[in-house]
Design a protein around this ligand. Structure first.
Ligand code: CUA
Length: 365
């Protein structure tokens, strides 16, 4: 018998240690969650919705907090009542069996009507915000945003600019993003500028964007869209009106035509001979007669002025601590290794071919 008792106490000690360990882990989890939540600035958390940078994101933020506090009050009241009831009416030896009830009509009406009223009050600003945030204003600048597996394309109908991964907009100007998709359903989301909106093949949906300050705003595809959904990112860069105009002027220039005998020219030759033009367009000086327009089944990013973008490959590269050239080298050596499922294949380029390609791409400002 003694042996059994010893075993039992060892088991209890183990079980207590186990419980203590779980408790410690739980506290660590709660602590780190609070810590993460406390640094909700855009610098630490580039995809935070709690740091709005324009009127549409402000509108969402302005809705969130009142709803959050109403929900908090309801939570505390309901949970508090449960805790009080559990403690005050707990079973005791001295307690007689309480009177058995079959419901209380007054109470039931009350706790149906109160939540219904709260929801009705919250619904008024919520529903009006849903419509206001998606119906563009009359003076908005249109930009067509097209989802691809796995990158975003931006077409500016007023100027004919066609770019990728980096969306450049003027500050204090409403932009009407016309969303569509070339393949599957994606979702365009720039948390500092507005909420999410689906991009649906064969349809156009609208989303209003506006930045009140200059800067770079991160975004991400917010709908699972295949193997590299988690690597489908995007940047919005908001510029002062003058800088924006300079960007437009630069983009409208043809890319520099490489001069024979230079590494740029060698890169340009590799680009043309390795099948890159099946998917990628490059607008060179028409006079040079070498304007390249992709005619393949997959339309990859337009590479004209590639080097003017600060990110590439679905805005996942370059990574922190990596130069543009280092990232390009990694990417060109084996794209599907960097972005699984990438439609850009491993072209088995030699190191020398990659080097001249990088030089040519780098000259493509
Ligand atoms: Cu596109 Cu997820």
């Amino acid at each position: 018998m003694k042996l059994v008792g010893n075993r039992q106490s060892t088991y209890d000690a183990d079980s207590m240690a186990f419980t203590r360990q779980r408790l410690t882990r739980l506290l660590a989890l709660v602590g780190s969650t609070l810590l993460i939540a406390s640094c909700s600035g855009r610098d630490e958390q580039p995809l935070t919705t709690f740091d709005p940078a324009g009127p549409f994101a402000d509108r969402i933020d302005g809705l969130f907090w009142p709803v959050f506090w109403i929900a908090t009050v309801v939570f505390v009241l309901v949970q508090g009542a449960i805790v009080v009831a559990v403690i005050a009416f707990r079973d005791k030896d001295s307690r007689k069996e309480p009177k058995q009830l079959h419901g209380n009509a007054k109470l039931e009406v009350l706790w149906t009507v109160i939540p219904a009223l709260i929801l009705a009050v919250i619904a008024v600003p919520s529903v009006s915000a849903i419509f206001d945030l998606t119906e563009c204003g009359p003076d908005a600048m249109e930009v067509e945003v097209v989802g691809h597996q796995w990158w975003f394309e931006f077409r500016y109908p007023d100027t004919g600019i066609d770019t990728a991964n980096t969306m450049v907009i003027p500050v204090d100007q409403e932009v009407c993003a016309q969303l569509s998709s070339e393949d599957v359903v994606h979702n365009f989301w720039i948390p500092s500028l507005n909420g999410k909106r689906y991009m649906i093949p064969g349809q156009t949906t609208e989303l209003r964007l506006q930045a009140d300050e200059t800067g770079e705003f991160w975004g991400h595809c917010a709908e699972f869209c295949g193997l590299s959904h988690s690597l489908m990112r995007v940047r919005v860069i908001a510029m002062e009106a003058g800088d924006y105009q300079a960007w437009v002027d630069g983009q409208l220039q043809p890319a520099p035509t490489p001069v024979e005998g230079t590494p740029e020219f060698d890169g340009w030759t590799v680009f043309q001979s390795k099948g890159c033009t099946q998917c990628h367009t490059v607008a060179l000086d028409d006079d040079a007669g070498s304007n390249i327009v992709a005619d393949g089944a997959f339309q990859g990013p337009n590479l004209t002025h590639f080097a003017s973008r600060n990110v590439f490959a679905g805005a996942i590269l370059p990574e922190d601590g990596e130069t543009y050239d280092q990232a390009l080298k990694r990417w060109l050596a084996d794209p599907p290794n960097v972005k699984p499922g990438s439609f850009m294949p491993n072209l088995a380029l030699t190191e020398q071919e990659i080097d001249v390609l990088i030089t040519w791409l780098g000259s493509n400002q």
